[in-house]
Design a protein around this ligand. Structure first.
Ligand code: HAM
Length: 417
């Protein structure tokens, strides 16, 4: 049967095994965010467009071509959030969290929207989990946040196949002179760069590193690197982070071309890539953003955080771990006469916390067995006239086909040894 309506491209329904992995990612992340002392915040999906234009930057790919923006009924231009950091900063200021240290460490999860060209690992609606830490400009914070992510990767079982890439993008002290150097390099090769890069040159020269064009990438190999032009403070932050992650056995690589696609970053940035899920292999990314709070009108307040893409992490998990199936049972009955007894039996199972499907007697016992088989239950509990009379149940082990009968009270010992 052909459905009358189909999903929009880049949007997905999440169920079955994917949903199982989704919960593993969210629950494990939530566990570690809490263990590390972060407080959860639930944020709106819709925000004023200006928030993202200011926060992520006009020259970024996200703002230039990927936002789902529209005028609302009141004529305000609004955007379905493409990421969480700008929203958290907005909430941090609006709710006066600056004066409440309890809310200096926040975590969030939820859907994000980017109108990118869909492909494996790249969706238009995807999900992120992330943390943001405000108020401390010290590489120990960068290390703590990266440790949280590392603990998560170890627990979900994909740590052995990830690459952690580190770089520093400098700050307002070292960036201006670096930009001049990069501009001079760019101008020497101006005609060879693509039109997008020429546009980036005008708005934010650093964004040329985002270019996917192969010939631009080749030219940029010889470009001056920000990491060779850091001020003393940025250099200290970078060296100290490297010292800490090395000392605590978090593996990493340095890559001076990593600038991240969002304009708010300062000093240390990082990305986690998983080998073996195709071109879209960045499963998480983050870094320091010391000017975003002041950019939004607040006092100068440093920040550091990361976000992990849930769907890409699911692709990595599928590569490594089998989904665990809940043990479940089906209760089937021969006729309407056994209905009350079947309800009672189902309740007994559910009280023990066992996932129980009470099937309708209509259609006969054969049909009920077919359904039980398709659902994939471990045991089917059969109730007929005899069972009701003697307060017993008959049970079929769906894997072995073995069948036996017992008192209700003894059933748990028999099937869940
Ligand atoms: P981001 O690198 O733009 O950073 O996104 C983080 C992660 O979200 C990516 O590594 C990827 O796994 C996932 N992701 C991004 N776009 C898509 C897409 N179209 N489809 C599927 N997954 C996607 C941020 O969003 C920053 N807010 C991270 C951050 C937090 N920096 C500091 N604090």
């Amino acid at each position: 049967m052909e459905a009358q309506y189909s999903r929009l491209r880049g949007f997905s329904d999440i169920y079955g095994d994917d949903l199982y992995y989704f919960e593993v990612v969210e629950n494990t992340f939530r566990k570690y965010a809490k263990i590390y002392g972060f407080e959860e915040i639930k944020l709106p999906i819709l925000e004023r467009t200006e928030l993202f234009v200011r926060g992520i930057g006009e020259a970024s790919d996200i703002v230039r071509k990927e936002m789902f923006s529209f005028d609302d009924r009141g004529g305000r231009n609004v955007t379905m959030r493409p990421e969480g950091t700008a929203c958290v900063v907005r909430a941090f200021l609006e709710n006066n969290f600056l004066n409440d240290p309890k809310y200096h460490k926040l975590f969030y999860s939820g859907p994000m929207f980017r109108a990118e060209r869909p492909q494996a690992g790249r969706l238009r609606q995807f999900h992120q989990v992330g943390v943001e830490w405000f108020g401390v400009d010290d590489p120990i914070i960068d290390f703590e946040v990266m440790s949280l992510l590392w603990d998560f990767l170890v627990e979900v079982g994909i740590y052995h196949r990830v690459e952690i890439i580190l770089n520093s993008v400098g700050c307002e002290v070292c960036n201006p002179s670096y930009r001049v150097k990069l501009q001079s390099f760019f101008d020497l090769h101006y005609e060879e760069f693509c039109d997008d890069c020429k546009e980036r040159r005008k708005k934010n020269i650093l964004r040329v590193f985002d270019c996917k064009n192969h010939s631009c990438q080749l030219m940029l190999k010889d470009a001056p690197k920000v990491k060779d032009n850091l001020c003393n403070v940025c250099q200290y932050h970078f060296d100290e982070l490297i010292r800490l992650v090395s000392a605590h056995n978090i593996p990493f690589q340095m890559d001076s071309n990593l600038v991240r696609g969002l304009d708010y970053y300062t000093r240390n940035v990082f990305e986690v890539r998983y080998k073996g899920i195709g071109a879209q292999n960045a499963i998480a990314g983050g870094g320091r953003y010391n000017n975003l709070v002041s950019e939004f009108g607040g006092p100068k307040t440093p920040g550091f955080g990361f976000a992990l893409g849930v769907e890409r992490t699911i692709l990595a998990l599928k590569d490594n771990v089998e989904p665990k199936k809940d043990l479940s049972v089906a209760v089937v009955s021969v006729s309407r006469n056994e209905l009350e007894f079947a309800i009672k039996v189902a309740r007994i199972f559910r009280e023990k916390g066992i996932r129980t499907h009470l099937l309708s007697y209509a259609g006969g016992i054969g049909k009920q067995f077919k359904i039980a088989d398709k659902i994939g239950v471990a045991f089917t509990v059969i109730i007929g006239e005899e069972e009701v009379r003697y307060n017993r149940v008959s049970v079929k082990n769906m894997r072995t086909g073995e069948q036996f009968s017992s008192q209700i009270d003894e059933i748990f010992g028999l099937i869940f040894q």
